[in-house]
Design a protein around this ligand. Structure first.
Ligand SMILES: Cc1cc2nc3c(=O)[nH]c(=O)nc-3n(C[C@H](O)[C@H](O)[C@H](O)COP(=O)(O)O)c2cc1C
Length: 289
């Protein structure tokens, strides 16, 4: 199966609907803060049957707050609840959450156990290769023992952020070690890459992030860099986010800048999108190129 990766700031309902329409089997929300849930500050998740099976990703480091967050998340009828143990950004990892949990697999396992006890749906965990040294196998095994139903592995150390190339051999080592299904993640740029990842690592499923931002058709193997196709995708995102009520200048700009990549005229179009001061200007820029 192909999973849409959680991506903070990008996984609007409109984007999830588009990914589903173009072949994603499971879509995900961005990470949601268990602390924000606790303090009543977490905004509602907009959902729709159109987006298909939904995974809701949570982050935090206090078992009791994650239990609270699981109960909150279940009101949206997800098929999976995912724990973020891979985010390296200082705001998250600097506060002991996200990838920082990989430094302490025992604490991570306690959180996973509390979540699986509380949840009525399977709980999955998204990890990296490690913090500053690889310990993905040890971490994945601890999560499995604690009740995780699936492990997603992004083959980079947290200290590497997004630099270099994801090491798919880490995914293979985890897939060889745990009994639960493994979702491989990192640098899948095309549908061919997704097949290659399964072949090279033995992972059961593949998760795609940035390539889906550039072309959601990556999920159906229909991706292309033809200008007309890319412009149609920008129009599709604008129409879908208008329909979901999420449309805003900033959100459309963010998505259009990714979608407008890969064809000869794209630098010009991207320049116009960046400079646009209204939604109409973005739509017109796409039409005029
Ligand atoms: C803009 C952006 C936001 C992200 N936000 C999250 C997040 O909220 N939770 C998470 O687990 N990973 C997050 N990630 C990491 C992705 O889920 C994924 O692991 C990473 O991009 C590697 O996959 P890719 O090469 O297919 O993009 C984010 C990545 C990007 C580019």
């Amino acid at each position: 199966m192909l999973f849409l990766a959680p991506m903070a700031g990008y996984n609007s309902l409109a984007f999830r609907i588009m990914c589903r329409k173009h072949g994603a089997d499971v879509v995900s929300t961005e990470m949601m803060s268990a602390n924000a849930v606790h303090f009543g500050q977490q905004r509602d998740i907009l959902t729709s049957e159109e987006e298909g099976p939904l995974s809701i990703q949570l982050f935090g480091n206090l078992p009791e707050r994650l239990v609270e967050a699981v109960r909150w998340a279940e009101q949206y009828n997800p098929v999976l609840i995912d724990l973020n143990a891979g985010c390296p950004v200082p705001k998250v990892a600097g506060n002991g959450m996200g990838a920082d949990l990989m430094k302490d697999p025992t604490l991570l396992a306690r959180i996973v156990e509390a979540m699986t006890d509380a949840a009525t749906v399977p709980v999955t965990v998204k990890i990296r290769a490690g913090w500053d040294r690889e310990n993905a196998v040890e971490t994945a095994e601890a999560c499995e023992r604690a009740g995780a139903s699936m492990i997603a592995v992004h083959g980079r150390l947290a200290t590497h952020g997004y630099s270099g190339k994801a090491d798919w051999q880490v995914i293979k080592r985890v897939a060889d070690s745990v009994g639960v299904p493994v979702i491989g993640n990192g640098d899948v740029h095309s549908s061919d890459d997704a097949e290659r990842m399964i072949g090279e690592t033995g992972c059961d499923h593949v998760m795609i992030g940035r390539a889906a931002l550039e072309d959601p058709r990556v999920f159906s193997g229909m991706e292309s860099t033809a200008k007309e196709d890319k412009i149609r995708l920008i129009e599709e995102y604008a129409a879908t986010s208008e329909r979901t009520g999420e449309i805003s200048l900033n959100d459309l700009k963010c998505h259009a800048l990714f979608l407008a990549k890969g064809f000869p005229g794209s630098p010009v179009l991207r320049g116009r999108i960046s400079a646009a001061r209204s939604i109409e200007e973005i739509k017109n820029a796409a039409k005029s190129i």
